[in-house]
Ligand binder design. Structure first.
Ligand code: FEO
Length: 387
């Protein structure tokens, strides 16, 4: 994929369209890109490598961009294997290269690679700079903007922020050109970085002091225009504020009866004027997409069948995911189904009550086996309380 940044800063990343599950857990029907960049000045600096799945193509891109030159620096912003997977190959190709990282980078790096570091390390800390000639990199620590060793780099001549996983997005560049950015960036953000809202806020504060013309993330497109849009969404997401007014109804139904109740509740909400109602089947839909919607909207209703003295497993899994991703600051309604001893509501409440600033809306509605006319007033009451 030919991505134009500038004469001196080149994209040398690769698309992975053959991957089935990113991180062995996220479906990526349009693949993913592992972005890597090179700055060509008096000195050359490679900004991260790629997953070993893309190493062969990346090496070709790298050598083509170098056009006979050697690599002086490899800036390691993030050690996760989707970016660090080709570090050993780069060192093999250019044994004189200096690796640039922070103290945490170099304490973790030997866990992944057995490469000679003595005499080949430049340890940087917050605010340190590296001159490449006309281009100068300033390093900004971003611990837990996914992993503890993460740092980002600001190049001041061209005003480029190399943002590591920040502003990343699912989707191979060759398959998603012109696509809406937010949809897959939001799914990426909440599922991968979502737990780390506070560190992202810290990074955004640091970034607000920089004049940024281009953002070069490690996944997804290079961002050049209307940067306030992307920065604004990141501020909303990382502060756990809802992005849109709306109600997600996530249901876990065994034989379709809880699904029927969930859909009836959605109709009632729409009839009563809800701005937006999204209904998701946790047993069949992409869990990561439903998690994305849970964070996107300001309200959620969980509807589930009772099961084994608890709640149907896909709902338990969903709520545990939300807990792990620090779901918070939302209004949540509960609808349960049970044929002999309803237990789903108690089980769901047990998880929801532990979440920060989550308000459980009354009444909690219980249906028995199937939705009946006598259940409608309860659904109406829950709908009123949600609106
Ligand atoms: Fe794209 Fe945290 O790795």
């Amino acid at each position: 994929m030919d991505v134009m940044i500038s004469d001196a800063v080149k994209y040398i990343g690769v698309d992975d369209t053959a991957i089935d599950l990113f991180e062995s857990q996220y479906v990526v029907p349009e693949g993913v890109s592992y972005n890597s960049y090179i700055i060509l000045d008096e000195k050359t600096a490679v900004m991260d490598t790629v997953d070993k799945r893309g190493m062969e193509q990346w090496e070709k891109n790298l050598l083509a961009a170098l056009d006979g030159r050697k690599v002086d620096y490899l800036v390691v912003q993030h050690l996760e294997p989707d970016h660090a997977g080709s570090i050993a190959r780069l060192v093999e190709l250019f044994p004189e290269v200096t690796l640039v990282g922070n103290a945490k980078t170099f304490s973790m790096l030997p866990q992944f690679f057995d490469i000679p570091l003595e005499g080949h390390m430049l340890t940087v800390k917050e605010g340190d700079t590296l001159s490449l000639g006309e281009h100068t990199l300033t390093f900004v620590m971003a611990p837990m903007v996914h992993w503890p060793e993460v740092m980002v780099s600001y190049e001041s001549k061209e005003k480029i922020l190399f943002s590591a996983d920040g502003f990343g997005k699912f989707g191979a560049l060759s398959k998603t050109e012109g696509d809406d950015w937010a949809c897959e960036a939001r799914r990426y953000y909440f599922n991968i970085v979502g737990k780390y809202g506070a560190p992202v806020q810290t990074l955004l504060k640091k970034a607000s002091k920089l004049e940024i013309a281009t953002i070069c993330p490690l996944h997804g497109p290079v961002l050049k225009e209307d940067l306030g849009y992307y920065l604004g969404l990141y501020n909303t997401w990382s502060s756990y504020q809802p992005e849109d007014k709306g109600i997600l109804i996530a249901y876990a139904s065994i034989h379709g009866n809880t699904a029927e109740a969930a859909n009836k509740l959605a109709d009632i909400l729409r009839d009563k004027g809800a701005e937006k109602v999204v209904v998701s089947d946790l047993a069949r839909e992409d869990m990561a997409e439903v998690i994305e919607d849970a964070f996107r909207y300001d309200r959620m209703i969980v509807a589930a069948a009772s099961y084994d003295g608890g709640v149907f497993p896909c709902m338990q899994d969903f709520l545990h995911h939300l807990q792990a991703k620090a779901y918070q600051k939302r209004k949540v309604g509960i609808l349960e189904n049970g044929s002999w001893a309803p237990t789903a509501a108690r089980s769901m409440k047990g998880i929801l009550e532990g979440l920060k600033e989550v308000t459980i809306v009354e009444p909690v509605v219980t249906i028995r086996s199937t939705l009946k006319d006598s259940d409608i007033p309860g659904l109406e009451q829950l709908a009123d309380a949600m609106l």
